[in-house]
Write a protein that binds this ligand. Structure first.
Ligand code: FNR
Length: 325
């Protein structure tokens, strides 16, 4: 599953892994912010939390969050390494975001701003690879020409990264623009790599996974909106769950991991959006819901909610943090 800000938080990663996903990337976390957090062992939830000074959970992981790749937003090797070393014992790999076109990222020299700075790319990746005991990967976009993209892939390969994700769109292209599977196919037909290439863009179904692998000859795929639409796209037996069932499963995990309610509500709304289900009464109610209890009622989980209220561990994160202060 691809890194997705606000979506790829712990509950969505756990849901994807339960469906059969092999590797679930975290949402992008900015290096400086991550470095300033405090690591807290949350015994009530069985999670490891990285808490900011204003007491927000910046990153949460747990034992079942296996193969977790933490994606960093960074513009410099020094701050990337500091952030990576801070979390390294709780993750399986670090990914560097080199594709985000948003103003916030680019004006700070992060995301897709890196794609025109090969020296900075080399510096960040080699510094991380030399100093970390876990694999380092990165996620790029296509450049204007195939040759420029090949040159970039070769530079990145030479640093010793463990995989390269390729979002098959150029920097100015938006999600509604079709992903260029044909361009990655041409690139991989004209150049070979010792490092696995992960194809990303417009993969929604089990058939799309087969098609993109056949067409591009990439080693693997990375799925973003397809996972929001139906996370059972990861199922190995190609079975699909209804979005109603998926929302219920998601809410259950979000509760168990004490996910922030606004984030839980956001993800449920994203699932509805991706399924073109925004006009229903349930969707209308979900868009204005103010509590977990009401969200459970809308999604016919009142019984579960009542069970939720008597778990052996009611998560009280802040108490736990004070114990560690
Ligand atoms: C994204 N994307 C993204 N990419 C990234 O490298 N780091 C991030 O944090 C995010 N955040 C994010 C949030 C949301 C809600 C979406 C939909 C997308 C981009 C994403 O990983 C992927 O590259 C693109 O969405 C293309 O893949 P799909 O959606 O066509 O499968």
């Amino acid at each position: 599953m691809a890194p997705m800000v606000r979506v790829s938080t712990l509950p969505m990663r756990l849901l994807a892994l339960r469906q059969g996903c092999d590797i679930a990337y975290s949402e992008e976390l900015i290096d400086v912010k991550l470095s300033s957090t405090k690591r807290v062992v949350n015994e009530k939830l069985n999670t490891i939390d990285y808490i900011s000074k204003d007491r927000a959970v910046v990153y949460r992981t747990c034992e079942q969050d296996r193969n977790n790749v933490l994606q960093l937003g960074t513009a410099s090797s020094v701050s990337a390494l500091k952030a990576a070393q801070h979390v390294v014992n709780d993750i399986c790999a670090i990914d560097i975001n080199m594709g985000c076109p948003k103003f916030f990222s680019v004006q700070g020299g992060m995301g897709s701003a890196l794609l025109s700075k090969p020296e900075t790319i080399k510096d960040i990746l080699t510094t991380l690879i030399r100093n970390l005991p876990v694999p380092v990967t990165c996620k790029i976009r296509l450049l204007k020409t195939d040759q420029e993209t090949i040159d970039l892939l070769k530079i990145i390969e030479s640093t010793g990264v463990s995989a390269i994700g390729v979002h098959m769109r150029e920097i100015p292209e938006r999600p509604k623009d079709p992903a260029h599977w044909d361009r990655l196919a041409t690139i991989l037909a004209n150049s070979s790599y010792s490092v696995p290439i992960i194809a990303n863009g417009d993969i929604y179904t089990h058939q799309d996974i087969d098609n993109v692998l056949n067409q591009t000859k990439a080693n693997s795929v990375m799925i973003a909106r397809g996972a929001i639409r139906n996370v059972s796209v990861f199922s190995k037996d190609k079975s699909l769950k209804s979005f109603h069932q998926i929302i219920q499963d998601y809410i259950q995990i979000a509760y168990e991991k004490d996910n922030l309610f606004p984030n839980t509500k956001y993800v449920v709304n994203q699932i509805l959006n991706e399924n073109d289900e925004t006009k229903t009464e349930k969707a209308r109610q979900t868009s204005v819901v103010k509590s977990m209890k009401d969200l459970c009622t809308i999604w016919e989980m009142t019984n579960q909610y009542e069970q939720f209220l008597n778990p052996p561990t009611i998560p009280i994160l802040m108490e736990n943090q004070e114990e560690n202060d």
